[in-house]
Design a protein around this ligand. Structure first.
Ligand code: NAP
Length: 435
């Protein structure tokens, strides 16, 4: 039980004397834990909590950041062995996390509750058991969270399997900015659950990649996925890269090496090819005439993948110089949008891959090629998967085209990552759950 003051992030606006009276009056309710602040000096109330059979959680809040000497300050909170010290601090950047994690290490064998509030600190709520905390906090609803970063209990228990975690739970995750929308935690955690692996996969909001590599070392992270905008920024921190990554220059998968250091690869290539191989294998031959719309990171993986199968796609992009640069790198043809571009797409239309962000939420009305009329013979692959069926894909379906889903690519590249992180194949039954 807590009656939190506004300055501690709570809703209590009344007089302090009234708050203490309310706390005292509530004790016969039989609360196991009563949250009292570090500056609350009321021995009678402390004793009343014990007499009522409860324990005091002695708390410190800092919304300005992660204070220096956090472990020492947390340790000094408890006014006796019956009290549980609690520090809730607010990391404002990935740069603040090593200091927070250091406090967990210093307090490793001591009873405590140590929380990083907000999205940068989310890991601390999910990993409370692994980090040796007495308990974690959650809110009935995330949209009306009682404190910044509270998860709802169902997500904590069902998605992150909070009750099954222990000190040995291995850790993987995904980094990005933003990251809250990511489907990867569902995908990987359902895979761990299906195989009975003692692991958890969590989203990390990251604004500073070098700091995250320190975090990954301190938390002993086994591997992590990388999404926008960090696919290039991780490159200087890798100790080993495979040939795919060398050529593509964008990394979506980082794995801890056995002897130390980090290995980087890109599973988008595998992820892109897998649905084609499953659904339209006849297209994966050098005679296939293909077009790739877009020249960003996704398109780069697509072009590499097609070239690896002997297909030389036409590359179309809004910024024509980028289409040319990508085409020159992979020995392909290129064009801009417009009349000539449309005619050339028609000549290269066995497979049309949509690899721009157009049509993606929240701007779902977008269509990258509104003037292109599908004949119905094209196979259309849209990398965008939010929404699952974009305007572009819908038009293709209505014209009678076979279409391939970006979600299948997402899951296929995720399955390849899963194998890197766990050494095991992704379990098919978990896929239905993740979908
Ligand atoms: P990116 O590197 O930022 O590239 C964005 C591409 O979209 C560029 O070619 C850009 O053209 C083009 N573009 C953006 N706005 C446009 C507009 N209004 N009109 C025409 N072209 C426009 O992004 P990315 O990483 O390649 O991702 C692109 C999309 O693919 C995203 O929706 C992403 O979610 C999706 N994706 C999906 C998967 C999957 O597993 N399914 C994997 C990777 C990517 P300019 O060069 O002219 O700016």
């Amino acid at each position: 039980m807590a009656v939190r003051r506004q300055r501690d992030g709570g809703k209590w606006k009344g007089k302090e004397a009234d708050r203490r009276r309310l706390l005292a009056r509530s004790l016969p309710g039989g609360y196991a834990y009563v949250d009292l602040e570090e500056d609350l000096d009321d021995p009678a109330l402390d004793e009343a909590v014990i007499r009522a059979g409860g324990r005091v959680i002695r708390s410190l809040y800092d919304f300005r950041g992660v204070p220096e000497r956090l472990a020492e300050r947390c340790r000094n909170l408890a006014r006796g062995p019956a009290e549980i010290p609690k520090a809730a601090v607010m990391p404002g950047s990935t740069k603040d996390l090593p200091r927070l994690i250091d406090a967990y290490r210093q307090l490793e064998s001591e009873e405590k509750i140590l929380i990083g509030m907000g999205e940068f600190g989310l890991f601390s709520r999910i990993l409370a058991t692994k980090l040796g905390c007495f308990l974690t906090f959650c809110s009935v609803s995330e949209t009306q969270a009682a404190a910044p970063g509270h998860l709802d209990p169902q997500k904590l228990v069902e998605l992150y399997r909070f009750r099954e975690q222990d000190r040995d739970t291995f850790l993987c995750g995904v980094i990005g900015q933003p990251i809250a929308h990511s489907r990867s935690p569902e995908f990987h955690n359902h895979g761990y659950e299906a195989l009975g692996l003692n692991g958890v996969y969590i989203p990390f909001l990251v604004d500073d990649v070098p700091s995250f590599f320190r975090v990954a070392g301190l938390l002993d992270i086994r591997g992590f996925s990388v999404t926008m905008p960090h696919k290039q920024a991780v490159l200087p921190h890798l100790d080993e890269r495979d040939g795919v990554l060398e050529k593509i220059g964008a990394c979506n998968t980082v794995v801890r090496r056995e002897g130390g250091g980090w290995f980087g690869t890109n599973t988008d290539v595998e992820g892109f090819l897998a649905p084609l191989a499953a659904e339209v294998p006849d297209l994966l031959k050098s005679e296939t005439r293909a077009t790739v719309i877009g020249a960003g990171g996704g398109a780069r993986s697509v072009v590499y993948a097609l070239r690896s199968r002997g297909i030389r796609p036409l590359i179309i992009n809004r910024t024509i110089e980028k289409a040319r640069a990508l085409a020159e790198l992979f020995d392909c043809e290129w064009s801009g949008f417009g009349g000539e571009g449309l005619a050339r797409i028609r000549e290269n239309s066995d497979l049309i891959v949509q690899a721009t962000g157009v049509g993606m939420e929240p701007e779902t009305e977008g269509d990258p090629l509104p003037d292109y009329r599908f004949s119905g013979a094209e196979v259309v692959y849209d990398l965008v998967y939010q929404p699952l069926v974009t305007v572009f894909r819908k038009r293709a379906q209505v014209a009678g085209c076979r279409t391939v889903s970006g979600l299948d690519m997402l899951f296929a590249q995720g399955a390849a990552q899963f194998e890197h992180y766990t050494g095991q194949a992704y379990p098919r039954e978990a896929l239905d759950h993740a979908k």
